[in-house]
Design a protein around this ligand. Structure first.
Ligand SMILES: NC(=O)c1ccc[n+]([C@@H]2O[C@H](COP(=O)([O-])OP(=O)(O)OC[C@H]3O[C@@H](n4cnc5c(N)ncnc54)[C@H](OP(=O)(O)O)[C@@H]3O)[C@@H](O)[C@H]2O)c1
Length: 235
């Protein structure tokens, strides 16, 4: 059995599933954390709802058992929650839920797994173009993705000397269920989003997966925000 393990959140579909399949094709063990199962032979599935902060006390033993014996761990914080909300109306409960899934859960996983992560391991955060700019109607997402970049930068500083590196990959419009649900599966809106990219198309989950893989394996990018947005046309 390989002693290199990918621990990824949100690999039941989309960018996470593409990433898990890519790592598995290169011989990595895969441990996925999401509510619904991953479609990948041999992967370990941990059915955890990251919106419930109490998952840590209930399921941390199971998580630690799943990575036992791993010499190298690539931890990829990919699960995300994208809501439609704005500053005038966003209430505390909805903001707290977004922060729990998008920021607090990654830190819960960091704290649990870092004691068993050796040199050569990595922590990659999946942020968003909205980690460095805002658009209307996505307040909790914008706030949490900005915070995730802060967490990545703190990770870089706090792990200095341990041989563990980090980065934040910020995708643009990627053709997944999250994007389709956000626009109500409206093909006209999807077409308009595609038209806002310099290549005139949406990004594929596999393209983002390749970027995550690069960041996981190359310590030279430690502490970096890596945009994977196919060049958004500025208007
Ligand atoms: N698609 C885009 O255009 C785009 C752009 C920028 C950034 N991103 C970021 O890329 C990442 C992946 O997005 P995606 O587009 O691949 O989304 P997706 O297809 O909707 O997949 C989201 C994943 O997150 C998991 N997840 C959501 N809530 C969870 C919870 N409470 N507990 C555990 N797992 C949970 C889902 O699993 P279950 O539902 O099975 O639990 C699913 O596997 C996210 O961080 C997103 O913010 C996406």
């Amino acid at each position: 059995m390989s002693t290199s393990t990918l621990v990824i959140t949100g690999a039941s579909r989309g960018i996470g599933l593409a990433t898990a399949r890519l790592f598995a094709s290169e011989g990595w063990r895969v441990v996925n954390i999401s509510r619904s199962p991953i479609d990948l032979e041999g992967a370990v599935q941990l059915g955890i709802d990251l919106s419930d902060a109490g998952w840590e006390s209930a399921q941390s033993d199971e998580l630690l058992a799943s990575v036992a014996g791993s010499a190298r761990i690539a931890l990829v914080h990919n699960a995300g929650l994208l809501g439609k909300d704005s500053v005038p109306t966003l209430d505390a409960a909805h903001l707290a839920r977004a922060l729990q899934v998008n920021v607090i859960a990654p830190q819960q996983l960091n704290r649990l797994l870092l004691p068993v992560m050796g040199a050569g391991s990595s922590i990659v955060y999946v942020g968003s173009t909205l980690g460095e700019k805002a658009v209307a109607g996505a307040c909790s997402y914008v706030v949490s993705k900005h915070a995730l970049i802060g967490l990545m930068r703190a990770t870089c500083q706090d792990l200095a000397g341990r041989g563990i590196h980090t980065a934040c990959v910020c995708p643009g419009f990627t053709d997944t269920e999250m994007l389709r649900a956000h626009v109500g599966a409206d093909e006209a809106i999807l077409g308009s989003l595609a038209g806002s990219m310099t290549f005139g198309r949406l990004i594929s989950p596999g393209e983002v997966a390749e970027t995550i893989r690069f960041c996981s394996l190359n310590p030279v990018i430690n502490g970096s925000v890596i945009h994977a947005n196919l060049g958004q046309v500025e208007r």
